[in-house]
Write a new protein. Structure first.
Length: 431
């Protein structure tokens, strides 16, 4: 079996806390080198990833994201990330940006190694959707899909990457689950080129699916688990220090329980997230100190599925999870970035290599994801509201020299001055 038959995928996710360019460290070595070191176990020589997917949430201040003023920042992040990937690759491999997708503060960039997969990438598609109030994009997802030709069969395989940011706060579990199902129904891609149907397809119409982001699912301990006098955050802080205790703590993770029940993330698998500490909520500037106003939780996650995974064994995947960890050294956000290194199974030879249909994920028979017929209307209604609020907010911030509050004050002060200037002058003779 050649090395290229089992593709190596590196996936990273980071909520940068609305800090724009300041939210991403200038040196990404802590984020990239661990995966490159671990990859040396796969062969006698270190191996560079075939595909690298990097997702962000809260990438820039909200008013700039809502206004769609993110192009310069995304281009800067692209150049910086690609430069860092190539600088730290074991053989100085070069990479091509397959696609980038952004909606407000959620962004996704996917790269392919030039000497391998990049030459066979085709049918690249991008998509976005909002799950905020009135379908605004302050929460939501972006997706990138592409086909790798001549992999397993002439039609090849389809890869889909989705980066999401779901509703925050521990009690809003139902809202997060609803966000997920809205993403499934509205993050729609054109039909596969081999499909006779003209209907759009969901993210599940793919050979390999990767779902990442700040999903905001929390750890919720029942009252019986803690002494009455103990606060839940402090109780969890004690548990987090021990690896075995963290494995027990995972049983109170909302996402894991929803996935087990089949309420969300159907068909997706995940590595042992409890092997690293909770990624949220840290004190800014601190490597290992939590803000105890929030219960520490594994909010930042990476999940995956491949077409050879069986729906009868939902906890097992034919994707080998080589590494899944957080990066504590990044301190500009209250989140820690996460990174995952995945080894895909070799392509499955089909009975007819000339077939024009890529293999697709197999899902439980009780679950049939379907496109929302009003998806386009919802998406663009949300985007219109994004732009109206974003540009208004941006103008007020501009008038206030960087402060929205000062901008509002200056606006009303200017309005009052204009009305005074326009008011008729009453002379003594008129009186």
């Amino acid at each position: 079996m050649s090395r290229d038959e089992r593709l190596l995928i590196q996936v990273g996710s980071y909520n940068t806390n609305l800090q724009g360019g300041a939210g991403l460290p200038q040196d990404l070595v802590d984020w990239l080198v661990p995966t490159l070191q671990v990859s040396s176990f796969l062969s006698k020589e270190p191996r560079a990833p075939d595909i690298v997917a990097i997702g962000f949430q809260e990438l820039l201040p909200l008013h700039l994201g809502l206004a769609g003023l993110s192009t310069a920042l995304i281009n800067d992040r692209d150049a910086h990330i690609r430069g860092q990937i190539e600088q730290h690759a074991p053989g100085k491999e070069s990479y091509t940006l397959i696609a980038k997708a952004v909606n407000v503060g959620v962004a996704l960039l996917v790269y392919a190694r030039d000497t391998g997969i990049a030459r066979r990438v085709c049918d690249v598609q991008t998509q976005w959707t909002g799950t905020g109030p009135a379908y605004m994009g302050n929460k939501g997802a972006v997706g990138i899909r592409f086909r790798v030709s001549d992999r397993g069969c002439k039609a090849g395989e389809v890869f889909t990457f989705v980066c999401a940011h779901l509703t925050a706060h521990a009690p809003k579990l139902a809202r997060r689950v609803a966000d997920y199902h809205h993403i499934v129904g509205s993050l729609l891609f054109p039909p596969l080129s081999s499909s006779p149907s003209s209907c759009p397809t969901t993210m599940y119409a793919t050979s390999h699916l990767f779902f990442l982001g700040d999903l905001n699912f929390r750890v919720t301990l029942p009252p019986s688990h803690s002494p009455p006098q103990a606060s839940i955050p402090y109780d969890i802080l004690a548990i987090l220090k021990d690896d075995a205790s963290r494995e027990q703590l995972k049983e109170f993770d909302q996402l894991l329980n929803q996935r087990r029940k089949g309420a969300a993330f159907i068909g997706l698998r995940e590595g042992p997230f409890w092997t690293f500490k909770c990624t949220y909520k840290y004190k800014l500037g601190e490597v290992d100190r939590y803000n105890t106003k929030r219960t520490p939780s594994w909010t930042d996650r990476i999940m995956y599925a491949t077409h050879t995974d069986s729906p009868d064994t939902p906890e097992k995947s034919n994707i080998t999870n080589i590494l899944y960890t957080s990066i504590p050294s990044y301190v500009t956000s209250d989140h820690k970035p996460v990174v995952c290194l995945l080894l895909l199974p070799p392509p499955t030879p089909l009975s007819s290599p000339e077939t024009c249909t890529p293999p697709l994920l197999r899902l439980p028979s009780a679950y049939t994801p379907s496109p929302d017929p009003r998806a386009t209307l919802k998406r663009y209604a949300g985007r219109l509201l994004d732009r109206v609020i974003g540009y208004t907010w941006w103008l007020l911030t501009l008038v206030g020299a960087g402060s929205t509050v000062v901008g509002i004050f200056n606006f009303f002060l200017g309005l009052a001055a204009w009305r005074w200037w326009r008011a008729p002058v009453v002379s003594i003779s008129d009186a």
